[in-house]
Design a protein around this ligand. Structure first.
Ligand SMILES: [Zn+2]
Length: 207
């Protein structure tokens, strides 16, 4: 396997890296996706039991994978909403609740075939502050050592989906809080603003 995307939720890999997936595949590279928090409970227009939401969204994900020739795997960790987080962003990791969740992910991922075989592994940056994205970014700290140690590489991608979720037509969130990348209602706002937010984020890492 050449490329592996660690996707917090069903859909994230395609929303955030769909262009890369297409490019890699047309260059003949193999691509796999592991959906980590793949027990899901939320849909935009419906209130349905988690079991049904998960099965609908998995079927959609499998269609994506089939169409693009991508290998797919699920870790089946319940998403944040099911673990008791409110759907208000940015979220912060509640370590009393999620230390065990992170440990679980750190144990499961290295056992997965696609993880073992991948050369390049991509983690979410967590921009937008979804707790599941943040946890997976945390996982990169430990897993990154392992991947680099065996001669692989790691990369980080923007969480475009949540950025879009928080979009406003003026293009900012009013300076309160989240340093979010977003898609304005009239389309994507552009690289300059993106650059600024990433610089801010990089500064945050160094602190
Ligand atoms: Zn997500």
């Amino acid at each position: 396997m050449d490329q592996l995307i660690l996707s917090p939720h069903l859909d994230d890999a395609w929303f955030d890296l769909g262009g890369s997936i297409t490019r890699w595949r047309s260059a003949g590279e193999s691509v796999s996706v592991i959906d980590v928090f793949s027990i899901q409970g939320w849909m935009r227009f419906e209130t349905l039991p988690s079991q049904l939401v998960t099965s609908i969204r998995k079927r959609e994900e499998e269609k994506n994978a089939q169409r693009d020739g991508v290998a797919l795997d699920y870790l089946d960790v319940p998403e944040g909403a099911i673990r008791g987080y409110n759907l208000v962003f940015p979220q912060t990791i509640d370590w009393s609740r999620d230390r065990v969740t992170l440990r679980h992910i750190l144990k499961l991922l290295p056992e997965r075939m696609h993880f073992k075989n991948a050369k390049h592994i991509y983690f979410p940056l967590g921009i937008g502050g979804n707790v599941d994205h943040l946890l997976l970014r945390e996982a990169a700290i430990t897993l990154g050592q392992m991947i680099l140690g065996r001669g692989g590489s790691i990369g980080f991608y923007e969480c475009f989906t949540l950025g879009q979720e928080r979009s406003t037509s003026s293009g900012t969130t009013g300076g309160k809080g989240p340093h979010v990348l977003y898609c304005g209602r009239r389309g994507y706002v552009g690289l300059r603003s993106k650059r600024q937010k990433l610089d801010w984020y990089a500064g945050g890492i160094r602190r």
